[in-house]
Design a protein around this ligand. Structure first.
Ligand code: GLY
Length: 421
């Protein structure tokens, strides 16, 4: 089986690593990939958003299954483009991918099918949005409706900042047409959990839950990032709440999409807040989480290729996933200055020493190869995952491996999974 993985981050390297363990998989390609994927796959120099070029290339090579890492190709309709050439994509159709591509679509679906979520109102003009905002209590949550590269959500403590965020979207057009509509949403308080599942459009097979760390600094200080670490499982999600969420949120959403006549096969990701009034959906995504995937897949014993192909073909049958009971902790190594300005091109040293730590795996994110040497090429550079018999051991493993790696300006949080260790 020939597999194409689209994207170039830590999530995509982890997917390539997991697919490489499948006896069914003969060849793996990554478009465009990074220095890590180059070691176990062939990198193809086609951008993740060039759907026509990707489809033409995949048809030429005879790719059996394509997995889109990031959301953009899915929301742009890679499933539909590939389907016209008879190519299988593990992911939803363009219409179904609105679940992530349009927050108002997701909110309306949840309201129509009784999937628990925070209250929200949508606005196209600033005056009515402002009037509504004044009827609410802080903190205020303002979201651009469309994809905004992870920058479209503002949670602010006062009216002035909330109005500025809405002005940015609706008047300044900071996010282009993705900000033509804004959502003003109820603030949800409580621990967050990411629950991701495979689906064939009929049934769901949940993956192990994970929690990610979005702020750049220890103690959740500083600006939001693409993710500074993660861990799996999530002890705060008890068995009864897990069962409730699988039924009402994951199975509920898949049934809702099917009832709307939409084709959804691939991954469904519920970002949840465990509020005092029960679990509520903060957002749905239509792809694997990053860096949750880096903490989930090292715990998965089953063959991902078998599951992904069955889902893409629309029949998961009675497949199930077997899990390693050991927890996994993932630490992100970033470039100094990230998520603001940072420099790239610094040689990365001692990767092999990190990989030699028992229980550790190093997944590349922003890396490239220059003159045979691995160098930094992004804000988030590497993810180091560690397995252990308990969280304390998994955390010690990840941090021991992380501490061996060095490049100019390397930065990482020191408190990943501390709360559960
Ligand atoms: N870790 C959050 C996300 O992948 O959206």
């Amino acid at each position: 089986m020939k597999v194409l993985i689209i994207g170039s981050g830590g999530r995509e390297h982890t997917l390539a690593w997991k697919f490489a363990q499948s006896p069914r998989v003969t060849e793996i390609y990554c478009a465009p990939g990074n220095a890590g994927t180059a070691r176990l796959a062939r990198n193809v120099p086609i951008k993740a958003d060039d759907l026509m070029a990707l489809a033409a290339w995949a048809e030429d090579v005879g790719i059996d299954l394509t997995i889109a890492g990031p959301e953009a190709p899915l929301v742009e309709g890679i499933w539909d483009v590939f389907a016209t050439r008879g190519l299988k994509v593990f992911g939803p159709s363009k219409d179904a991918a609105q679940l992530e591509g349009s927050k108002s679509f997701a909110k309306c679906l949840m309201e129509k099918y009784d999937i628990p979520t925070g209250k929200a109102e949508f606005f196209r003009d600033l005056d009515s949005a402002r009037d509504y905002l004044r009827s609410l209590e802080p903190p205020y949550v303002i979201k651009a409706d469309g994809l905004a590269a992870g920058k479209g959500v503002s949670v602010v403590p006062d009216l002035g900042l909330a109005e500025a965020a809405m002005h940015d979207c609706l008047v300044q057009k900071r996010f282009g047409s993705a900000g033509d509509v804004v959502l003003v949403e109820e603030f949800l308080e409580g621990p967050e959990v990411s629950l991701i599942a495979f689906t064939d459009g009929k049934r769901v097979i949940p993956l192990a839950p994970a929690q990610d760390y979005k702020r750049v600094g220890d103690g959740d200080e500083g600006p939001n990032t693409g993710g500074m670490g993660s861990y799996s499982p999530v002890p705060v999600l008890d068995a009864a709440t897990y069962d409730e969420v699988v039924k009402t949120v994951l199975e509920g959403a898949v049934a809702a999409l099917a009832a709307e006549g939409l084709i959804y096969r691939g991954v469904i990701y519920a970002g949840l807040v465990l509020t005092p009034r029960g679990p509520k959906v903060l957002e749905f995504n239509v792809r694997f989480g990053d860096p949750e995937t880096q903490a989930i897949l090292p715990r998965m014993k089953s063959d991902i290729a078998e599951l992904a192909l069955a889902a893409a073909e629309g029949d998961l049958g009675d497949l199930a996933i077997e899990w390693d009971s050991r927890p996994c902790v993932t630490v992100t190594l970033a470039s100094a200055g990230y998520p603001g300005k940072y420099q790239t091109g610094f040689p990365i040293r001692e990767l092999e020493a990190a990989e030699a730590v028992p229980g550790a795996a190093v997944f590349h994110a922003g890396t490239a190869t220059r003159d045979g040497e691995v160098v930094t090429a992004g804000g988030r550079v590497l993810n180091v995952s560690g397995l252990g018999k308990d969280f304390a051991e998994a955390r010690a493993c990840a941090y021991e491996a992380a501490s061996k790696i060095n490049f100019d300006g390397v930065y990482y949080r020191t408190d990943i999974a501390l709360r559960v260790s």
